[in-house]
Structures are given as structure tokens and as C-alpha cells.
Design a protein around this ligand. Structure first.
Ligand SMILES: *Cc1c(COP(=O)(O)O)cnc(C)c1O
Length: 388
């Protein structure tokens, strides 16, 4: 059997994969089983932050694998403690809970907000408000948080206690909800990634933050996709001058190994006690060593590079034939194309460029350090494909 046939036979059919089998890569190049070379503008959906087989990342991982690969959370390990310290120092948040994925980081965020509210206000205050068109993960609870009905239909009943509101329309809806069922938290993505690379209106983000402060609700920012340098700041919320109570992140954090992190601010830093939450693999020393290598290199210079590469792409696509608009920030960009996104992706793939889609958009999320020359080559291919 070919890898395609075997995968179709034995792997649960949840993914409609592209017809490409990847065997290896280097930086922002991926090499297919068919011997072809691809410029990677997907970075594994915003995960391989410094590309494939990045040497510093690889060295950090190999060094830790040579020491101990897993201990359970019954023991202390240095990578876990060091990473928590670095995350807190870089954000001003106070404590970190480690897990393995974005959904799990959001589960922890939701549990922290629920527990803060019930500790302080009793069992009636549990509602978590999210935004329509948001995406927060695939577990039953994070699906309930996800403000898109079509994800809900197959899996009723979902976790109770969620409501979603239309973003960018002021906070009146929050007032009304709060009156009906007290709000424990409001959860936002500063840019709705899966929803189509749609940035929330900055004034709305600030209004929600102020509303949360005024009503002692937790402001939860889902930085699973937008975090770890993706938007040109370490975390996207830093573009808006707001102070979240809880930040969840994953995807790019460990540069390609599974790691989720839920950052707890001053208000919720002591919400969890012994046994209140846990995860066997959470804070795994190899993942944490990988994340230390990534996070310590997301500095001003790297972030300036992200902005410069973003400006380059925007300039390249401005007014290009067949490209109607460009949304997003940093190296998370969405192109509204005249052709259907799937057609653009397939044609780019035929010409050796791998892109993502998000709803009706062509989504670009290359490695943060993609070489300018590869980016220019890929942009030319995209422009050609969209024009033709
Ligand atoms: C990808 C994503 C998630 C889910 O992350 P998983 O690691 O797939 O569980 C949650 N929130 C946002 C904003 C995401 O982009």
C-alpha cells in the first residue's frame, strides 16, 4: 500500500489531508516523498515557529532527551520551572499551568475562571462568554466555547454554561447577559484565526477588557494561534495595551512539540491548589526545553523581522490581480481571493508552495524566520496563481 492508501485504511478519517506525504524538511523547505521541494507557508499551522529541524531547537531537544524524557508531575524538573519563570517575566503574568495542546490550555483557562468566580461569588456565577465565529478547540468544553454552531451539531449535549455574542458591537450584550446569568469570564481571540483571520476591532477589545475589569469577570485571551511572536508582538494582546487575567497558548510555543500553557495573572494566580487540576504529560521536560529554546529567541530583533516580512507580503499583494484584500497581523495573514481558496491552495501546491486556508481565505502562517528570498519566491507564485 502507498502511504495514502494505508493512512486512508487505518487512520480515523477526520482529516481531509493534502495529497502530499512529507518525509523531511529544513527551515522553511519541506521535502515530499515524491522527491519534490516545497516552500512552507503553513509551519504546521503556526507550530514550527523557527521552521523544520532548526539547529538550536534540535540541540535543546536532543540535550534534554539525553537526560530524561519524562518524569510525571510528581517531581520537579528544571526545564519546566525555567519555562514558567521565562513566561512570567516576559508577560507579567504570575503563574503557569502546563498541558499539551491548545484545547487543553483553554480547558484550564475555563476551569480557572469558573473556580475564581465560584470561590468568590458562589455557584451561580459560571457563564463564559465567547465571540461568534471564534475557535477554541475540539474537546466538548472548548467546542461549547467555540462560537460556531456547525461545530456543535454532531455532539449534543455540550458542556453547559457558555454564551456567544457578536464581536465588535460594544458591550451592551454583555450587560444584558450579565443581568440574566452572571458572567464569570469573557474569552476572546484578538485575531480569529480559524474563523478567517479576522482581527477584532481594537476598540472592542479594549471595551471588553474594561467591562471585565468593571464587573470582576476574568478576561481570557486565547493566544493558541496568535501567540509566541506570530503577530509581531510576543502575544497578540500586547498590541492593544490590555492586561488579561488568563492567557492560553500552545501551537508555536515549543516549536513543534506538544505543549500548552495557561498563564494566570494576579487575580487568579492562587485559584488552583493541590489536586485541583492536572495533566500527566503537562510540562514535559523535552517540550519545555524546546519551548525555552524558542521563547528565549523571540526577542525585539526577531519580532521586528516578523513585522518587516509582514509588510513585505502586504506590499506584494496590494492591488495584485485576483487578491481582493489582506487581513491579519504579522505572519498570520488572510487573503481574500477572487478564486476559491481551495483552488488557490491546490495550484500553489502544484507549483511548490504550501499555504493554509481559513474559511473563505487563503491563510499564510510561515515560520517566523522564513528567509526573505523564499518568502519573495512564494509571494510571486501566489500572485501568479491568483492572477491567472
Ligand atoms: C488551534 C487552536 C486551538 C486548539 O488547539 P489544539 O492544539 O488543536 O487543541 C484553540 N484555539 C485557537 C485560537 C486555535 O487556533
Amino acid at each position: 500500500m502507498t502511504v495514502f492508501e494505508k493512512d486512508k485504511t487505518y487512520v480515523a478519517g477526520t482529516y481531509n489531508r493534502f495529497p502530499v506525504a512529507i518525509v523531511s524538511g529544513k527551515g522553511s523547505l519541506l521535502f515530499g516523498e515524491d522527491g519534490r521541494e516545497y516552500i512552507d507557508l503553513t509551519s504546521g499551522i503556526g507550530v514550527t515557529a523557527f521552521g523544520i529541524a532548526d539547529e538550536k531547537w534540535q540541540a535543546a531537544v536532543i540535550e534534554q532527551i539525553g537526560k530524561v524524557q519524562h518524569t510525571s508531575n510528581l517531581f520537579y524538573t528544571t526545564p519546566c520551572a525555567d519555562l514558567a519563570e521565562l513566561l512570567c517575566k516576559k508577560t507579567g503574568m504570575k503563574k503557569v499551568f502546563f498541558s499539551n495542546s491548545g484545547a487543553e490550555a483553554n480547558e484550564c483557562a475555563i476551569k480557572a475562571a469558573r473556580k475564581y468566580a465560584s470561590d468568590k461569588y458562589g455557584n451561580n456565577r459560571y457563564t463564559i462568554v465567547t465571540m461568534k465565529n471564534s475557535f477554541h478547540g475540539r474537546t466538548l468544553t472548548t467546542l461549547a466555547a467555540t462560537g460556531q454552531d456547525h461545530y456543535h451539531e454532531l455532539y449534543q449535549p455540550l458542556t453547559q454554561g457558555f454564551a456567544s455574542i457578536a464581536p465588535n458591537k460594544g458591550t451592551e450584550e454583555l450587560d444584558a447577559l450579565h443581568k440574566a446569568t452572571p458572567v464569570a469570564a469573557v474569552m476572546i481571540e484578538c485575531i480569529q484565526g480559524e474563523g478567517g483571520v479576522l482581527p477584532l476591532d481594537p476598540d472592542f477589545i479594549r471595551a471588553v477588557a474594561a467591562w471585565c475589569k468593571a464587573n470582576d469577570a476574568c478576561l481570557v485571551v486565547d493566544e493558541v494561534q496568535t501567540g509566541n511572536g506570530r503577530t509581531g508582538k510576543l502575544y497578540a494582546y500586547m498590541n492593544y495595551g490590555i492586561e488579561p487575567d488568563i492567557v492560553s497558548t500552545a501551537k508555536g510555543l515549543a516549536g513543534g512539540l506538544p505543549l500548552g500553557a495557561t498563564l494566570l495573572g494576579e487575580k487568579v494566580k492562587s485559584v488552583f491548589g493541590f489536586g485541583d487540576h492536572g495533566s500527566t504529560f503537562g510540562g514535559n521536560p523535552v517540550s519545555c526545553a524546546a519551548a525555552l529554546s524558542i521563547l528565549s529567541r523571540i526577542d525585539d530583533e526577531l519580532l521586528a523581522g516578523v513585522k518587516r516580512k509582514s509588510d513585505f507580503l502586504r506590499a506584494a499583494f496590494a492591488g495584485a490581480k485576483g487578491i481582493e484584500s489582506v487581513s491579519g497581523m504579522g505572519l498570520l495573514l488572510g487573503l481574500k481571493t477572487a478564486k476559491p481558496a481551495a483552488e488557490v491552495l491546490a495550484a500553489c501546491r502544484d507549483r511548490g508552495v504550501l499555504c493554509l486556508s481559513a474559511k473563505d481565505k487563503v491563510r499564510l502562517a510561515p515560520a517566523l524566520n522564513i528567509p526573505d528570498e523564499l518568502l519573495a519566491r512564494a509571494a510571486d507564485v501566489i500572485k501568479d496563481v491568483c492572477a491567472d
